[in-house]
Design a protein around this ligand. Sequence first.
Ligand SMILES: NC(=O)c1ccc[n+]([C@@H]2O[C@H](COP(=O)([O-])OP(=O)(O)OC[C@H]3O[C@@H](n4cnc5c(N)ncnc54)[C@H](OP(=O)(O)O)[C@@H]3O)[C@@H](O)[C@H]2O)c1
Length: 249
Amino acid sequence: MGSESAEPGGRTALVTGASSGIGEATAVTLAENGYRVVCAARSEDRLAELCERIGGAARPLVLDVTDASSVEGLLSRLPEDWRAIDILVNNAGHDEGGRRRFDEGSAQTWAHIIETNVIGLIRATRAVIPGMIARDRGHVVNIGSIAGISPYATGTIYSASKHAVHGFSEALRLDFAGTGIRVTEILPGMVRTSFALNRWHDEARAERFYDDFGECLVPEDIARSVLFAVQQPANVVVSQLVVVPSAQS
Ligand SMILES: NC(=O)c1ccc[n+]([C@@H]2O[C@H](COP(=O)([O-])OP(=O)(O)OC[C@H]3O[C@@H](n4cnc5c(N)ncnc54)[C@H](OP(=O)(O)O)[C@@H]3O)[C@@H](O)[C@H]2O)c1
């Protein structure tokens, strides 16, 4: 059975949503630990800055996971020696227009959350997994959320999206059981990132939200969890990792 190895030398990871927050920290952490990292997101400027900071181990990839053709052609936009993706970190996601009662959000707003957090994640996986199957080696790491197992009021669609990520991750792992492909879901609690700003487009409100919540995780806490999952030896799969601020545990 092939597998991802504890030895990162030459291994290539692709991180979606790498321009900010958890994805950015994951890209940096993986690069610091010897992986080559394709940093994917829509914000070209932020990706360029990140890749310059990381150096030769990073490569930017402009990617919109809601755009089927952008995702289907993603490998062809990479140099040939960067196309064998060993680790896919499906992290891109948002809750834009969320944190309100279901009837107060438009169907279009709700659909876009599903389109990104669920369909986008499925699309990226579908684009990358044939290479993993051909090599009998790979690791799909899905960034879910505790909202994927514990829904909350005003979070109908975000919770639904993360429940879908949870179900997808569980079934995908079963699809590839006994092969060299591993699937991990990481389910973070509150992490202080641009997530709340992207939800409301209101900086003061976003800051207040995190301040009122109290102790939050930082993106590097989740990046370390991703690293832990991908560094396991061949006989181990970290199937789910729930990571919450200690004050909430
Ligand atoms: N923050 C939390 O408390 C928390 C808790 C649990 C789970 N999570 C999950 O963690 C993941 C990352 O969130 P974060 O907190 O790091 O938020 P963030 O700082 O807002 O980062 C979100 C990332 O997703 C990317 N993205 C959004 N739409 C995209 C699209 N259509 N195509 C490609 N990339 C897209 C953004 O990049 P561009 O705008 O440049 O495309 C950005 O890099 C999300 O899946 C979120 O649900 C977050």
